[in-house]
Structure formats: structure tokens, C-alpha cells
Design a protein around this ligand. Structure first.
Ligand code: PLP
Length: 390
């Protein structure tokens, strides 16, 4: 474990050493992959009291502990539980913290499947759902009701990257007795330590940057002291736990997260700046660009920007988007992000009710991978040339 000396080390040092003490398992630098359902107890009384460190596979193993410990160190959290997908890491805490008759505020720029879960299952269970403007800040107090139990945030917003004032929103939520959950997949704990800014439960689709290789589905949920008991109870009650192999792979991915993100941050920003200069591009939606409306908030709160951003094509609607995407040779056309390979897609923003789609044209979301930047620019140039002909 790191931290024996009590002093905070650099982030890449933390990533290389957190979560597993080699001396705890014969000196092997990596933790064992424990495949488990049954755990045996030495005698009746120990079993009756469940009085030992591990009790059953769904409740955790040395493998899940290694990853959870690493994340607690990165997040500054009291506890972390793991889920078999990013979406499950969203539904587990929501089910754990809301009751029939509650009012829940969700940011309108939220990841679409979160919205679908809220609009279908949570509504059916008797929860009132209301979407708020991502730029609302402290004015969220106007939407708070006596029965508001959860404010669910995601910043920057999915596909359009609106930056939220998380400290202001958290302050208001706490004054009114609500708890704050945040989908922090974009920034990772490296670029935004959500609990330090007032969030109670921070969620990551580890499918994205943490795993980083487009081959594992995984989610994480980390809570502060106050929210941890209820989060852990929800996790135990729902039984949605990840496989040991996937858990191991995410911990493996975490070791290189810092160097991957540093490359992707620089590459994405270079490409975003270049795109701003290109004809056929109406606007670039990237929080680290000075031209972006949420830039000041991003600069105040975030330590960096990851490699996912979007731009708006200048006119032409879906037809221009189709021409652009079909012309690309390196960028793959598909969902997800955070892997080593670049992806492009048209963002569908039809479900939005408050934070409407940009009026100029189609929104193209880019995931910048680990390829050479010049090759990616050349590829995007092919797309822009094709789009210009529509
Ligand atoms: C992809 C994604 C998720 C869900 O992750 P899965 O592992 O694909 O279920 C959640 N939130 C955000 C912001 C995402 O981009």
C-alpha cells in the first residue's frame, strides 16, 4: 500500500502502487484473481456471526478489495463498491437512496441510459423525476422540494460538455437534506476529485478510461463517510457484482491511467484547437478551450481534460454528419470511449428538454485515442472535405 509514510505522493506513483501490498501475497506485485462463491468458516460460531474478513463471493474478495482500496485512495472516499457495468453503477446507488414519493433532480445533459432508467423504472416505482439546466448553479434551490432526496449530476455533460458548478449545487442540496451523486466518468479521479467538491457518491464507468482498452464493462461507486453505509447496503441487497477477471483487468488498466490520459488530453486539445480553425466547423465543445462557455468553471475545479469532446458541423444536419463519418478511415464509428483507439459518432440529443441541441448543425463526438495526432488530423480532414460537398 502507498501512504505508509503518511505523505501524499505524485499521482502516477499512487497509480503504480495503490490497492495491493505485494507482501500480503507472497511478494507478487499483482493481487491474485480470486474466483469465489463459497468461503469456508472454521466453526459454527464464526459462521453464525459471519465473523471473518470474507464471507461470500458477492460481498467482496481480495481481488475486489485491491481495486476498491486503490479507488478509495484516489477518490478520498470512505468506501467503494464495484459493478458489472457503468450503467449498473448508476442504477445501484439510485435504487439505494430513493424511495416512492421522492423527488429527484437530474441534469438534462445526463448520459442517456441514466435518463431512460429514471423515466421508466424510477417513475414506475413512484419517484418524481425533474431535469435541470446544467448551467443552473446555485439557482437549483428554486427546484428543490421538501421531498428532493437526490441531485444527480454529470459534469461535463454527455456529448455537449456543459460544466456544472458542483460546489454550488452540492451546497444547496445539502442545505435541503438531499444527497449528491455524480457520474464523473469524463474526468476520472485524476482530473476531478468529486468528493472534495461536495459530492456524496461518485460514479465511474470504468469501462472507459480506467480499463482503457475497450474490452471490459465495469462500474465503480465511491462514497464519503455519510453516504457509505447506505451505498454498501444497496450493493449487498442488489447483488450486482462484477467478475474477478474484469476486476483484475480494471486494476491493471488503472496502473497506466495517468500516462494514457496525459497523452489523450494533449492530443484532444491539439485537435480541438485545430478544428476551431477549420472551415465547416461551427463550434468546438471542449471545456479546456478558452472559447468554451464553461471554461472558467472547468479551470477553477478540474486538474485536466480527458480526450473526449465534440464539435458542431456548420449546417447540413444529418446528411453532413453521415458524409463526415463515412469518410473517416482511422476513427471507428461506434459507442463507448476511453480506449486506446479513436472513435467518432453523431450525438443524438433528441431526449433533451432543457439543454437543447446546438442549432447550427449535427454534433460530432470524438474520442481521441493513442494514435499519432497528425494521422488523426488527416483523417478528420477527409471527413470535413466530404462534409463540405453536402
Ligand atoms: C458509457 C457511460 C456510462 C455507462 O457505462 P457502461 O459500462 O457502458 O454501462 C455511464 N456514464 C457515462 C458518462 C458514460 O459515458
Amino acid at each position: 500500500m502507498s501512504g505508509q509514510s503518511g505523505k501524499t505522493r505524485g499521482i502516477n506513483t499512487q497509480l503504480a502502487h495503490s490497492g495491493h501490498d505485494p507482501r500480503s501475497f507472497h511478494g507478487f506485485v499483482n493481487p491474485p484473481v480470486v474466483h469465489a462463491s463459497t468461503v469456508l468458516f472454521p466453526d459454527y460460531d464464526t459462521y453464525a456471526a459471519r465473523n471473518q474478513r470474507y464471507i461470500y463471493g458477492t460481498h467482496g474478495t481480495p481481488t475486489t478489495d485491491a481495486l476498491a482500496d486503490a479507488l478509495n485512495e484516489l477518490e478520498g472516499s470512505a468506501g467503494t463498491v464495484l459493478a458489472p457495468s457503468g450503467l449498473a453503477a448508476i442504477t445501484v446507488p439510485l435504487l439505494g437512496f430513493v424511495s416512492a414519493g421522492d423527488h429527484v433532480l437530474i441534469v438534462d445533459s445526463v448520459y442517456f441510459p441514466t435518463r431512460r432508467f429514471a423515466d421508466t423504472m424510477l417513475k414506475r416505482l413512484g419517484v418524481e423525476i425533474e431535469y435541470y439546466d446544467p448551467l443552473i448553479g446555485a439557482d437549483i434551490k428554486k427546484l428543490m422540494k421538501p421531498n428532493t432526496s437526490v441531485v444527480f449530476t454529470e459534469s461535463p455533460g454527455s456529448s455537449t460538455f456543459e460544466v456544472q458548478d458542483i460546489p454550488a449545487i452540492s451546497r444547496v442540496a445539502h442545505e435541503r437534506g438531499a444527497i449528491v451523486m455524480m457520474d464523473n466518468t469524463w474526468a476520472t479521479p485524476l482530473y476531478f476529485r468529486a468528493l472534495d467538491y461536495g459530492v456524496d457518491v461518485v460514479i465511474h464507468a470504468a469501462t472507459k478510461y480506467m480499463n482503457g482498452h475497450s474490452d471490459v464493462l465495469f462500474g465503480t461507486m465511491s462514497a464519503n463517510e455519510a453516504a457509505w453505509p447506505r451505498l454498501q447496503e444497496a450493493f449487498f441487497t442488489l447483488g450486482a457484482c462484477p467478475s474477478p477477471d474484469d476486476t483484475y483487468q480494471v486494476l491493471r488498466g488503472l496502473r497506466t491511467l495517468g500516462v494514457r490520459l496525459a497523452h489523450q488530453e494533449k492530443a484532444a486539445l491539439d485537435i480541438a484547437r485545430w478544428l476551431e480553425q477549420q472551415p465547416g466547423v461551427a463550434r468546438v465543445l471542449h471545456p479546456a478551450l478558452e472559447s468554451f462557455p464553461g471554461h472558467d468553471l472547468w479551470k477553477r475545479d478540474f486538474k485536466g481534460a480527458s480526450g473526449l469532446f465534440a464539435f458542431v458541423l456548420d449546417g447540413g444536419g444529418v446528411d453532413k454528419a453521415r458524409a463526415f463519418l463515412n469518410a473517416l478511415q482511422i476513427f471507428g464509428l461506434g459507442s463507448s470511449w476511453g480506449g486506446y483507439e479513436s472513435l467518432a459518432q453523431r450525438a443524438n440529443l433528441d431526449a433533451r428538454t432543457v439543454a437543447k441541441a446546438p442549432p447550427e448543425g449535427a454534433v460530432i463526438r470524438l474520442q481521441i485515442g493513442l494514435e499519432n495526432i497528425e494521422d488523426l488530423m488527416e483523417d478528420l480532414q477527409l471527413g470535413l472535405t466530404a462534409a463540405a460537398k453536402v
